[in-house]
Design a binder for this molecule. Structure first.
Ligand SMILES: Cc1cc2nc3c(=O)[nH]c(=O)nc-3n(C[C@H](O)[C@H](O)[C@H](O)COP(=O)(O)O)c2cc1C
Length: 200
């Protein structure tokens, strides 16, 4: 029996996931959104302190308000934001209850990736955003003061399919004339140091 079929599924999702910033307007069920948060819930957590909580936003009106707080694709010029008909249809806002836990940003990283990969597995596109207006987000979701707004994951079915490019000089992603996003990534050989930093 091929034991690796599930593993391959996850691995394929890791390889195929790209940041998506254009979405169809098909709604995401609350069941799927909860499934994504459940994937985050089970992520590694430093000292197992589990300081993260998640605000799911799926109401159209609240989605519109959250959208206004987001900064998209800083490398694209002229300034670009999704058009009205390609906006995310849901958000997961990551909030932290105890920021004296100095490891919480690492917890955020693990939890975020679990959400992004779980989404990719069911063909849902995602974009993690850190460039957000936290004060406004706080007001919109009525966050109690002991909660820190960390980041926002924008979600929806994909209306674009970015392409990975071999990095050649610049890390800046770009859109071509057809609007397709190209994302440069470093080569595998450039990031592996086999048995240490040996002379070449
Ligand atoms: C910590 C972090 C913050 C990010 N913040 C934003 C953001 O505010 N806006 C945005 O459009 N993309 C944001 N991104 C997405 C990155 O631009 C994207 O991951 C990068 O271009 C690589 O593309 P890929 O995710 O398809 O591999 C962020 C990614 C990370 C990891």
């Amino acid at each position: 029996m091929q034991k690796s079929s599930v593993t391959n599924h996850v691995h394929n999702a890791i390889l195929s996931r790209r940041t998506i910033r254009r979405f169809t307007q098909k709604q995401l069920s609350l069941e799927i959104l909860k499934k994504l948060v459940n994937a985050a819930r089970l992520a590694p957590s430093a000292a197992n302190l589990q300081p993260l909580e998640y605000v799911i936003v799926n109401e159209k009106n609240v989605c519109s308000q959250i959208f206004e707080t987001l900064g998209w694709a800083a490398y694209l010029t002229p300034r670009w934001t999704p058009s009205v008909e390609e906006r995310p249809v849901a958000y997961i806002i990551i909030v932290v209850k105890d920021i004296t836990n100095k490891y919480y940003p690492r917890d955020v990283g693990f939890a975020t990736e679990n959400i992004l990969i779980a989404a990719e597995e069911v063909d849902i596109g995602s974009c993690i955003l850190y460039n957000i207006n936290r004060a406004t987000v706080r007001e919109i979701i009525n966050a109690p003061k002991e909660y820190q707004i960390d980041s926002i994951i924008a979600l929806g079915y994909k209306a674009e399919h970015p392409i990975v490019e071999e990095l050649a000089g610049s890390v800046k992603y770009w859109r071509d004339e057809q609007g397709v996003l190209h994302v440069p990534k470093r080569k595998l050989d450039d990031i592996i140091h086999l048995n240490g930093f040996l002379e070449r």
